[in-house]
Design a protein around this ligand. Structure first.
Ligand code: NG1
Length: 403
């Protein structure tokens, strides 16, 4: 592949981490706070500015064919599911703000599992945006860039909430960050040194370009409908936001009103109950983390999983199994992370228990499914890492020799 000589000639490398959401699932698009952290695993792009608008992408992973497009404010998408659409989304969002951007030649590589609820696609989008901005000598203040790219990713057809782009750009080493919306802001909390989060992929792809995208977008519409109906029942304006609704009435009253058959249908009542209880868990989890209260954080993870499984209906039998096995192996709590419908779990244990939890998952989940050989790609300890950055050119893979 022509990639090695290119990697050697690239002027810069961008690194954009994946993320694991610790708690606050499916509520960012309601404008409610979430608590993710960035991973050590990342998407990296070696790039070279071009003198025209063309952008050419080559991926080291042979599953992804080369992709090319011209950078401007209205870029025709490649067919749904094409990885290059995340790069197009970044380029279009920036070109709408800065006309006359030139493109880049880019070589992409990643050690993030794909379609695993760990935001490999948002990491690609953020990395691409930083590469184009750097190549053109333009910049956007950090919080504005998070918002711009959060909205920009809707180009691919998902009505996402903005958590991923914010944490990928704004994460701090050693910390999880509470993300609040409207206005967007990040508040870091150090992850206690004796806590270990573990990420394990269910081996089920959560492709957000097909059925999962429809199911995801349906949840966003249901949350909207539930909010309007509860607001009307409480005599509030129907366009009140979730945070304002929560400030206007205590949780108990919200749950009681939502439970009345005349206010919400059974499905909407369950969706609403997830949103209300999950928002409460985020606040409690942040307090537990700051206090080093491992057991409480673990209980909140378990409760979140139950709520996502039963009320929000976004789990999968393989995710439920992983959660169960992690708990049996000594994790204090575990839950699905990301959008669900497949993807990964996050489990929490005392750091000295991590080897036992990893060994149990290998033996009881991956081995029976014929996936024990690749286990290092499917399951790993999550180290809270820094947000995306542009580095002077060097080897794409740390430690690898250049082209
Ligand atoms: P993932 O796990 O990357 O599919 C999606 C949304 C988030 C958030 C979570 C569920 C995008 C880019 N990401 O994440 O905003 O809503 O689901 O909490 O749409």
């Amino acid at each position: 592949m022509a990639s090695r000589p290119f990697a050697a000639s690239a002027s810069h490398v961008v690194r954009a981490p994946g993320r694991v959401n610790l708690i606050g699932e499916h509520i960012d698009y309601c404008g409610l706070s979430v608590l993710p952290m960035a991973l050590g695993r990342s998407v990296r792009i070696a790039f070279h500015p071009r003198s025209d608008r063309e952008t050419r992408l080559v991926n080291r992973d042979p599953r992804f064919a080369p992709s090319a497009f011209a950078v401007h404010g209205s870029i025709p998408p490649a067919p749904a599911g094409d990885w290059g659409n995340y790069a197009r989304a970044a380029a279009q969002a920036l070109a709408q703000r800065f006309p006359d951007l030139r493109g880049v030649d880019a070589l992409v590589e990643s050690d993030l599992p794909i379609a695993a609820g760990l935001s490999s696609s948002s990491a690609l989008l953020v990395a691409m945006a930083l590469a184009i901005m750097h190549a053109n000598g333009v910049s956007v203040p950090s919080l504005e860039l998070m918002e711009l790219l959060g909205k920009g990713e809707r180009y691919v057809g998902t009505a996402g909430g903005g958590m991923d782009q914010a944490i990928i750009l704004g994460a701090r080493t050693g910390c999880a960050s509470r993300i609040d919306f409207h206005p967007l802001r990040l508040t870091p909390t150090p992850v206690p040194a004796d806590w270990q989060f573990i990420v394990a992929w269910s081996l089920v792809h959560a492709e957000k370009s097909g059925a999962a995208q429809q199911a995801y977008n349906e949840r966003t519409r249901q949350c909207d409908a539930a909010r309007r109906l509860v607001a009307a029942r409480l005599g509030r304006r129907e366009d009140i936001s979730y945070p304002d609704l929560f400030a206007a009435a205590p949780v108990e009253q919200l749950l009681e009103v939502a439970g009345e058959r005349t206010t919400l249908s059974g499905v909407l009542a369950r969706r609403f109950r997830h949103v209300v209880t999950e928002a409460t868990r985020v606040r409690q989890a942040e307090t537990a983390m700051a206090a080093g209260d491992l057991a409480t954080f673990g209980r909140l993870l378990d409760a979140s999983h139950q709520s996502l499984r039963d009320d929000y209906e976004v789990s999968h039998a393989e995710l439920d199994r992983l959660v169960e096995l992690a708990r049996e192996a000594g994790a204090v709590g575990a839950r699905l992370t990301g959008a669900g419908f497949g993807g990964s779990i996050v489990a929490l244990c005392r750091a000295d228990r991590a080897p036992a939890v990893l060994a149990a998952l290998q033996e009881r989940f991956y081995a029976p499914r014929g996936a024990a050989d690749d286990v290092g790609r499917h399951m790993f300890t999550a180290e809270p890492s820094a947000g995306a950055e542009v580095l002077a050119a060097g080897p794409l893979t740390p430690g690898a020799s250049p082209g």
